[in-house]
Each structure stands twice: as structure tokens, then as C-alpha cells.
Design a protein around this ligand. Structure first.
Ligand code: 7RM
Length: 611
């Protein structure tokens, strides 16, 4: 018998503290759509992430802060210190007039104040909206205005590798067009000379010094909003995904513990930025709810050199390491000595997230980082799902490169065909949906429930549609093939971009690739490949390379997947979270370069400079 409500209520009861128990575990309707978990319950997530650990782990390190500059000392913040910091910050927020339900925009680099401000909001019931501190002033203003934030928390600047970025300048520009902002709290980080607007801007430090280090929790209802996090849609303005308190807490904590097999005393490191959902769920809430030690890294993988990640793993004896395929590919391009010079023997579990991991990158990670001893968890999930949905359980699930493997307990995936029918059985592929609610799911898009319904609950009746394609192999393992809009139909064959890119990446000279379709007289669509070569210094004839690449594709997939055009390039347009922007590559392939659309969220606009 299947009884997910019972499953989740036992987890909720056993692992968390509640101020009042729930009346009903789940109430749901995927056509309205409306989902409520643990209705009637009361709690505060920071009591679960901090206060309750004080009895047994007051002096245990909650957060290790590893600065951008390796010569600056790392900070170890204990649970007791975290408690004091969060309380003081929460009191400052209250003094500034922030109340339960108000939206607070956090635009900070990866420094301890980012974690503290997020938790301070949660402590008083303010809804945090963290905006990744690499976004432009326009992108920031759009996000502030969409949910009408009253306050921005930022810093004088940020360090990224050898660069110093004028964050406050970006905020000032954004705030020219944000009527709801009443105050700005500024953390001192770079000591840059910045403008402070009278009456609006306040240095944080002196306010914290005056604030009390005790702050009672705001008692929250289970379904009270916890945070908004923006995610880009395929069209139009960003979607403010709204996550609520109890379900998100239960789900992020439960998945963290199980997917990373965190054991007391372990040191865990996720390289994401807290500006993304991965950072929310698996740097902050999930680890802290488990009383874990979690690392926050301010810097970048190539500063001072490409060995930085491995140096940090050695230095802090990291046991679980969680990163993205794009980072793995970038590091795999570099000399192996960068990895080999460090002792990585503390590692027990390796994770990946964000996009399909290609086979070559998987093997590189497995061989050189995990030394074939640490299982790789290829975790599939989304901003919308709040936590990991499909993933191996380390040491229990046999892994296969490029497979996210099996749904976590309680998760019910379905593959759908183009007629809206569920595809039963194995060795099939289709569009990935989820049939039953799970506690971590986003409840709505801030201010636009209609868009929420249309985007996620309208393609297939009574199902949450993920927007991804997947295949299910003979044993029921899932392989995510990419966004369904990445599927290209060539001469009537459905081709996922990921397997073709995988094949190309097998070529020893290739570092990374991306495939898009472009119109073709006969085939309907033909394939256009963008290929980045490794920096081997070897000068090969591109014509030979083109032939070899198509040869590899023919071998791996078949001649149908051969590329009609191959463009060698030095970089790919990526979103700031490292996802390839195929929409733009498609336009270039279609020779529509005068009309690239909104590229405001691009990480590396310089890849568009014409050569
Ligand atoms: C956590 C995160 C979500 C989209 C999702 C997929 C892709 C994420 C994997 C993956 C293949 C994975 N949230 N994606 N993880 N594809 N294998 N393990 O990334 O909202 O920013 O993106 O990312 O397309 O729909 S997100």
C-alpha cells in the first residue's frame, strides 16, 4: 500500500521541533492548483536550524567561511555564535521596521552575513528574496519591484578572484527605479569608497553592535511563506517561486541527510552560491537543520589557480562535495597536477547538479576526484521542487554515468507521451512529470498564480510538468535528457541534445559543446554544433577535427545525429548559474543575431563580440 502522507508525517514528527502539531498532513488539488502540507502546525525554521542544536552542539562549527583570498583566514562560526549573529541581525531588521510578511531583498556576496541575513529574515517571518550578486542593476530592480521589497541588504563590494566588484554602485543604480525600498543595510567587505544615501542607507556593523543577541522566534504557520526565489522562464519576466515554511524545511533537511549520507562530524561543501536554490537548500537550510558543518566559499574555482577547490577539500577535510557539471568540465580542461597535488582522501560522496553531466566529465570526476571510491550522486531537481527529487543514495544505488537513477522515496515520477498519456513500462522516453505532491514543492509564483498553473499544471492533467525530458531504462533508472525545448527533430527523429554533446565531448581535443537545431530544407531541422577546444596548445586542422567529431557522433548515436555545421568558439553563453543559453545559440545558428532578446542574465556577454 502506498501512503505518502504517513511516510512524510513520520519524518516530520521524528526530526523536527514544532510549536503546535498539524491537523492534517496534506491537502492537495493539482487543477486549482493548491497544495498544503502540515496544515495547522506552527514552527520556526531557525529554531530547527539553530536553537535546538544549542543543547548538544553549541560549540560545534555550523558554518566554515572560506574567503576569496586564501591568505585571509577562514572563519569557523559555531552554532552558538550563529545564534547570536542571527538574533542580533533579526533585531536590526525589526528596528528598521521589517515585520512578518514583508519582503527583504538580499544582494550579497558569499560572506557570512548572507547566511545570517537569510536566517534573520526567517526568524522574524520576513520573506527573503535573495538575488545572486552577479545580476545587473536592471535584473535586480525587476526582482525588487516584482515582489515589492521594502529593504535591500548588500555590501560595499565583493571579491571574485582578482576582481573587486562595486555591488553598492549596482544597488544604487537599481534603486533609482524601485519605489517600495525604504532602507538599505550595507555590510563592509571591500572597504571601497561608496556613496551612502542619507536616511536610506545604513552601515550594518554599528547597528549590530547595539542590538541584543537574543530574539524570540516568530511563530509561523506551516504554510506561511518562507522565501521567494526568482528563476528565469523560457519567455518573459522571471518567475518568483514561492516556498513555504514547514514543507520546505522537512524536504530540504530530509533529502540532505539521505542523499549526502551526512554523519555527525562530517564536513560538507556545496560550491553553489546562496543566490540559487542549491545554495538555499544545500548550503543553508538542509545542512543546518541537520546540525551539520557547511562550508561557504566566497571565491571562484580558478583563483589563485585551478587547484583551489582541491586545496579547500584538503584544508577542511571535506567529506561530501557538491558541484555542477560546468565546473567539473572547466577544471577537467586543466592540468591533472592541480588535482593530484592535494590529499582528497577525506571525500566520501561526490554530487553534481544543474544540468546533465556528460559521460566524460563524470569519469573525470570519478577517477580523479573520487579515485573511484566515492559514489557520485547525480541529483536532478529544480528551483520549483525545493529539493532533490531523483538521485542515487550513495553506496546503496549502483550508479551509471549520466543517470540520475531513481526517484527518492515519496516521489512519483511519470513519463508522458505527446498525446498526454502516461508511458508505462521501461526502456521508454518522454516528458517528465510528477504525479503526487511532495513537501518541498513551490506553492505558487509570487503575484501570478495563473502563470503557475499554466506553466506547471496545464500541459498534463493532474500532473506537475517539469519541462524536462527523460528516459527510463530497462531497470527503471531515469536519465534526464534536458529541457524538452532542447529536443530537436531531425528528419523525424527526436534527438536530445545531451547525448550528442556527450559524444562530441568524448573527443580528446574537445572541452565542451552545445547543439542547437536550425531550419533545413530536407531534414526539417539540421544540427548546429558549437565546440570549445581544450587548451592543449596543439594546432590541428579544424577540417580534420570536424570530420572526427562527426565520426564520433556516428559511432555513439548514428549518422542521423551528424552535425551540418560546426563552429569552434572560445566560450558559450551561459546563465549565471552555469546553464547554456540555447535560445541565444539558436538565434546565432538562425543568423538572427540582431535580435538576441534579453541577455541581461548572461554570465559572459563577451562571447558575443564578433571576431
Ligand atoms: C537545482 C537546479 C532546473 C533545471 C532542470 C534541469 C536541469 C538540474 C540536473 C538537471 C540533468 C541533473 N535548479 N537539471 N539538475 N539536468 N541532470 N542532475 O539546477 O531551477 O536552476 O534548474 O536544471 O533541466 O529542469 S534550477
Amino acid at each position: 500500500m502506498r501512503d505518502p502522507e504517513n511516510f512524510w508525517s513520520e519524518i516530520a514528527e521524528e526530526h523536527f521541533v514544532w510549536r503546535k502539531p498539524w491537523d492534517k498532513v496534506l491537502d492537495w488539488n493539482f487543477s486549482t492548483p493548491e497544495v498544503k502540507w502540515f496544515e495547522g502546525a506552527q514552527l520556526n525554521i531557525t529554531e530547527n536550524c539553530i536553537d535546538r542544536h544549542l543543547a548538544t552542539k553549541a560549540d560545534k562549527t555550523a558554518i566554515i567561511f572560506e574567503p576569496n583570498d586564501p591568505s585571509e583566514e577562514a572563519q569557523h562560526i559555531s552554532y552558538k555564535q550563529l545564534h547570536e549573529k542571527v538574533c542580533a541581525f533579526a533585531n536590526v531588521l525589526k528596528e528598521q521596521g521589517i515585520k512578518k510578511g514583508d519582503r527583504v531583498c538580499i544582494y550579497l556576496p558569499m560572506i557570512p552575513e548572507l547566511a545570517v541575513s537569510v536566517l534573520a529574515c526567517a526568524r522574524i517571518g520576513a520573506i527573503h528574496s535573495v538575488v545572486f550578486a552577479g545580476f545587473s542593476a536592471t535584473a535586480l530592480a525587476t526582482r525588487i519591484n516584482d515582489c515589492e521589497c521594502n529593504m535591500v541588504i548588500t555590501s560595499d563590494g565583493s571579491f571574485r578572484g582578482t576582481k573587486t566588484i562595486d555591488l553598492k554602485g549596482i544597488v544604487d543604480e537599481a534603486l533609482e527605479n524601485t519605489p517600495t525600498i525604504k532602507s538599505v543595510l550595507v555590510v563592509k567587505r571591500t572597504d571601497a569608497d561608496i556613496n551612502m544615501k542619507d536616511g536610506r542607507d545604513h552601515w550594518l556593523q554599528p547597528l549590530l553592535e547595539k542590538a541584543s543577541k537574543e530574539c524570540v522566534i516568530e511563530i509561523m504557520d506551516a504554510e506561511d511563506p518562507l522565501f521567494i526565489l526568482y528563476t528565469s522562464g523560457s519567455t518573459g519576466k522571471p518567475k518568483g517561486m514561492l516556498h513555504t515554511t514547514a514543507g520546505y524545511m522537512v524536504y530540504s533537511a530530509y533529502t540532505f541527510k539521505n542523499v549526502f549520507q551526512y554523519k555527525e562530524g562530517d564536513v560538507y561543501w556545496c560550491t553553489a552560491d546562496i543566490g540559487w536554490i542549491t545554495g538555499h537548500s544545500y548550503i543553508l537550510y538542509g545542512p543546518l537543520a541537520n546540525g551539520a558543518t557547511t562550508i561557504m566559499f566566497e571565491g571562484v574555482p580558478n583563483h589563485p589557480d585551478f587547484g583551489r577547490f582541491w586545496e579547500i577539500i584538503e584544508k577542511h577535510k571535506v567529506n561530501q562535495f557538491y558541484t555542477a557539471p560546468t565546473a567539473i568540465r572547466a577544471l577537467a580542461k586543466e592540468k591533472l597536477e592541480f588535482v593530484e597535488n592535494h590529499d582528497l582522501s577525506s571525500l566520501k560522496v561526490l554530487g553534481t547538479v544543474g544540468e546533465p553531466i556528460n559521460e566524460e566529465a563524470w569519469h573525470w570526476y570519478n577517477d580523479n576526484v573520487g579515485k573511484k571510491k566515492s559514489p557520485i550522486v547525480d541529483t536532478w531537481w529544480q528551483t520549483e521542487t525545493g529539493g532533490i527529487m531523483i538521485s542515487p543514495i550513495p553506496y546503496a544505488t549502483p550508479t551509471i554515468p549520466t543517470y540520475a537513477t531513481l526517484p527518492l522515496p515519496g516521489i512519483q515520477p511519470a513519463l508522458m507521451d505527446e498525446h498526454g498519456k502516461e508511458i508505462e513500462g521501461n526502456q521508454v522516453d518522454g516528458r517528465l512529470c510528477i504525479k503526487f505532491p511532495w513537501p518541498g514543492m513551490a506553492r505558487t509564483i509570487w503575484g501570478d498564480h495563473k502563470r503557475y498553473k499554466e506553466t506547471y499544471f496545464s500541459a498534463y492533467e493532474n500532473k506537475y510538468f517539469t519541462g524536462d525530458g527523460a528516459l527510463r531504462d530497462t531497470v527503471g533508472y531515469y536519465r534526464i535528457t534536458g529541457r524538452v525545448d532542447d529536443v530537436i527533430i531531425v528528419s523525424g527523429h527526436n534527438l536530445g541534445t545531451a547525448p550528442i554533446e556527450d559524444a562530441i565531448n568524448e573527443h580528446p581535443a574537445v572541452a565542451e559543446s552545445a547543439i542547437v537545431g536550425f531550419p533545413h530544407d530536407v531534414k526539417g531541422n539540421a544540427l548546429y554544433g558549437y565546440v570549445i577546444l581544450k587548451e592543449t596548445g596543439e594546432s590541428r586542422l579544424h577540417e580534420n577535427l570536424r570530420k572526427e567529431i562527426n565520426q564520433i557522433i556516428t559511432e555513439h548515436i548514428g549518422p542521423i545525429a551528424k552535425l551540418d555545421k560546426i563552429q569552434f568558439t572560445v566560450g558559450l553563453p551561459k546563465t549565471r548559474s552555469g546553464k547554456i543559453m540555447r535560445r541565444i545559440l539558436r538565434k546565432i545558428a538562425h543568423k538572427d543575431t540582431d535580435n538576441l532578446g534579453d541577455i541581461s542574465t548572461l554570465l559572459n556577454p563577451e562571447v558575443f563580440k564578433r571576431s
